[in-house]
Ligand binder design. Structure first.
Ligand SMILES: NC(=O)c1ccc[n+]([C@@H]2O[C@H](COP(=O)([O-])OP(=O)(O)OC[C@H]3O[C@@H](n4cnc5c(N)ncnc54)[C@H](OP(=O)(O)O)[C@@H]3O)[C@@H](O)[C@H]2O)c1
Length: 324
């Protein structure tokens, strides 16, 4: 039988931080986690959109709410622009000061196929900068809070688009040539390389942190309007072939499963179980071989540290020195 969100365990006492949580996959994942008792932090770049999403979530997550000892869902918004290293740092400073253990981090926010090459505040190509570098930096800053939780999870949302991606270290940010879809595909491949490398590093260091990647298939969210608008490729996929795509509630299922199901394991890639993984219920899916290449992943990690100035802390305390 297919997995459904009804199988999510009680998440009371857990805190989940979700980027890009005011719409689409991020919003729907936030609703399910809040409905099952997690305290959810909606990380948003637009405070007005954030407030609207928060009000809606508190109403929607109250329906079927199962939080133990809680009568209502609890959630808050936090300002976080992934296209600004300063914004990520400010958010992290405030969050770290609360010393709140972070059980679930969902790296979800994204922009897709922007028609022209745009830059982030720090001069990074916007898709690579937001989708990959922003989440890389955020995760790095969140390590202490994640390690404060009993069973910390990092979920990184990638895409089927990773299959056509390429990490070209000589054109990492499309400096030489910019193609909207290629830049998106590359950023989604970077998401997967990061998620799998985080998994490998956590295991090698004996960390309790787990890292799971997922993709929603093709889901009807704001991502087309916010990105390519109505170009031919998207018009076909989201128009005549609409039946192949999912509503955002269904598109969020792989994310929710990766974030909350006890049967999801570190290093897995979760996607929809339907035709060509376009839609359906969560299952373990296969990433392309290039997404699992440790050499490329390590180089990308090092380059990401250089670009962002963020050095990842260890993911577990050093083993105690027994020599003395
Ligand atoms: N929908 C699909 O078919 C599909 C397929 C494969 C993968 N995905 C992935 O799923 C994830 C969620 O996308 P979605 O489909 O739910 O699209 P969406 O409805 O457009 O949601 C994207 C979210 O990301 C936020 N965001 C964009 N730039 C940001 C920034 N600089 N800082 C903080 N937040 C930012 C957006 O905020 P604003 O509202 O302020 O713009 C929005 O909340 C993305 O990683 C996407 O690549 C989606």
């Amino acid at each position: 039988m297919s997995w459904t969100p009804a199988q999510i365990p009680n998440l009371s006492g857990k805190t989940a931080l979700i980027t890009g949580a005011n719409s689409g996959i991020g919003y729907q994942a936030a609703v399910e986690l809040a409905r099952h008792g997690a305290h959810v932090i909606l990380a948003v770049r637009d405070v007005h959109k954030g407030h609207d999403a928060l009000q809606k979530l508190l109403r929607e997550a109250a329906v079927g709410h199962v939080g133990q000892g809680l009568t209502r869902p609890t959630a808050e918004i936090a300002l976080l622009d992934l296209a600004s290293l300063a914004s990520i740092r400010n958010f992290a400073l405030g969050f770290n000061a609360r010393r709140l253990p972070l059980d679930i981090l969902i790296n979800n926010a994204g922009v897709m196929a922007l028609p022209t090459r745009q830059l982030t505040e720090d001069g990074f190509e916007r898709q690579f900068g937001t989708n990959h570098l922003g989440h890389f930096t955020l995760t790095g800053y969140m390590v202490p809070q994640l390690l404060g939780a009993e069973e910390p999870r990092v979920v990184t949302v990638s895409s089927l688009a990773h299959r056509n991606g390429k990490i070209d270290f000589d054109n990492l940010q499309s400096e030489r040539s910019y193609t909207p879809w290629k830049a998106y595909q590359n950023s989604k491949l970077a998401n997967l390389l990061f998620a799998f490398e985080l998994h490998r590093r956590a295991r090698a260091q004996g960390s309790k942190l787990i890292s799971i990647a997922c993709h929603p298939g093709i889901s009807r969210t704001q991502i087309v309007t916010n990105g390519p608008g109505s170009d031919l490729k998207t018009s076909i996929l989201f128009g005549p072939l609409k039946f192949l795509t999912s509503p955002d509630t269904e598109g969020a299922e792989p994310t929710v499963y990766a974030a909350a199901d006890p049967n999801a394991h570190s290093g897995e890639f979760i996607g929809p179980d339907g035709f060509l993984e376009f839609r359906g219920h969560p299952k373990v899916v296969r990433a392309r071989k290039k997404a699992c290449d440790p050499e490329v992943a390590q180089k990308l990690w090092a380059v990401s540290e250089q670009l962002t100035g963020l050095t990842f802390r260890r993911l577990a305390p050093l083993p105690t020195d027994t020599s003395s």
